[in-house]
Write a protein that binds this ligand. Structure first.
Ligand SMILES: *[C@@H]1O[C@H](CO)[C@@H](O)[C@H](O)[C@H]1NC(C)=O
Ligand SMILES: *[C@@H]1O[C@H](CO)[C@@H](O)[C@H](O)[C@H]1NC(C)=O
Length: 381
């Protein structure tokens, strides 16, 4: 029997209506806001301090067409392994510029991202990452590929799983890098952040709580994407507002200390940067460059300065700076250049942060590749 098209449409519509009525969308998912999801908890061993290692500016994947490039990555794995074995941290933060995407000519840069995570993963240590300005930068053709004898080492006509084939080497976007990390590794505590903050991706918060008392947090760790690469080097007003709202919601009375992590220093770093050397009240060992700050300041510092619970901000980006300087109610700290990739030959190391609950303190120091420790500073004073 033939059914008229309009009758069929009515039937489909009323069936759909019935379905909607039979399966009301549960209130929990209506207008569900990823911000409102519970904060992921990092368990702290009872009675022990919680120790975080910062791996900054690893710059994996440089010059893969030479012997030099891959050798830098092996050296960077050695630095991380040394720091992890000397310090035995509870958590690792990859503080941006994990890879140098503008140098990577394979279609899927997660290959290099994974190599950078491997020393931490192989030791079973949980970790989180934020993006720097090199992680999803567009490929830059090396000029020497076009010099005499003039034969570029890549033949773009041959496409396969690791070569894009169209010669665009358009890179692996932040969202894809983060999705690959989160989906592959249960040890990853990273997040793609609220959608309304995209294209900035690494915006999220973690809570450190004692295993035996998960409801009384020791500290909150906030991660923000300071941009660069596929878009401007800036922390947007929307991100600042997100931090403001989220921190008030989670920690309304500012009782629990908060630490902040992003890659490119804000302009506030310029104001506290010492002229030469690292005189008190700053603490550190190298001051070899001027601060290369974000392109604009849209308000995050004012918000941080108004929260007594914010103790310190940690950034990478400048490989020749490793100081912490006080600024109003908080500390502005650099990590230490960890990778052999990226510019600069200053000795490699990693900043360590140690949070003690009883009595409360936040200490930090730098652990070098040669096992030395220096620049210890009390960030809770
Ligand atoms: C890229 O590599 C990661 C692992 O390194 C994998 O999980 C992902 O599926 C790959 N993506 C594509 C598009 O091949
Ligand atoms: C993909 O192609 C490149 C360049 O032609 C080649 O060097 C590489 O070995 C190929 N990879 C695979 C997995 O076939």
């Amino acid at each position: 029997m033939a059914v008229s098209p309009s009758a069929a449409r009515v039937a489909v519509l009323s069936f759909a209506f019935l379905l909607l009525n039979l399966h009301p969308i549960s209130p929990a998912t209506v207008g569900s806001d990823p911000d409102a999801s519970p904060v992921k908890r990092l368990p702290a061993r009872p009675g022990s301090p919680f120790k975080i290692a910062l791996f900054a500016d690893l710059h994996f994947g440089e010059d893969a067409w030479t012997d030099w490039g891959p050798r830098q990555d092996v050296n960077s794995v050695c630095v991380m392994s040394t720091v992890l074995d000397d310090e035995v941290p509870d958590f690792v933060v990859y503080l941006g510029d994990v890879i140098t995407a503008n140098n990577i000519m394979i279609a899927n840069a997660s290959l290099y991202w994974d190599q950078a995570l491997s020393p931490t993963r192989s030791r079973g240590i949980p970790f989180a990452s934020v993006f720097g300005n090199h992680d999803d930068a567009a490929f830059e053709w090396p000029l020497e590929w076009f010099s005499a004898p003039g034969i570029p080492p890549v033949h773009c006509a041959v496409a396969n799983s690791s070569f894009s084939g169209d010669c665009s080497f358009s890179g692996t976007h932040r969202l894809q890098l983060m999705t690959n990390e989160i989906e592959q590794y249960a040890l990853s505590y990273s997040s793609k952040g609220p959608k309304d903050l995209w294209p900035s991706i690494s915006n999220y918060v973690l809570q450190i709580s004692p295993m035996d008392n998960p409801l009384s947090p020791i500290a909150y760790l906030y991660f923000l994407d300071s941009g660069g690469g596929s878009y401007s080097e800036v922390l947007s007003n929307a991100q600042s507002e997100w931090f403001k709202t989220r921190s008030l919601e989670i920690n309304p009375d500012s009782r629990v200390p908060e630490l902040i992590f992003w890659h490119i220093p804000s302009k506030a770093y310029k104001k506290v940067a010492p002229w030469s050397g690292v005189p008190k009240p700053c603490v550190g060992s190298i001051n070899k460059e001027t601060v290369a700050s974000q392109q604009a300041e849209t308000g995050i510092m004012e918000i941080l300065e108004k929260r007594p619970s914010v103790k310190a901000v940690f950034v990478g980006h400048n490989h020749g700076l490793d100081w912490c300087c006080p600024s109003k109610n908080l500390w502005l700290c650099y990590a230490r250049h960890t990778g052999y990739g990226g510019y600069g030959d200053w000795a490699r190391g990693a900043r360590i942060i140690e949070i003690n609950q009883h009595p409360f303190s936040i200490k930090s120091w730098i652990r070098m590749e040669n096992h030395d420790v220096h620049s210890e500073v009390n960030l809770s004073s």
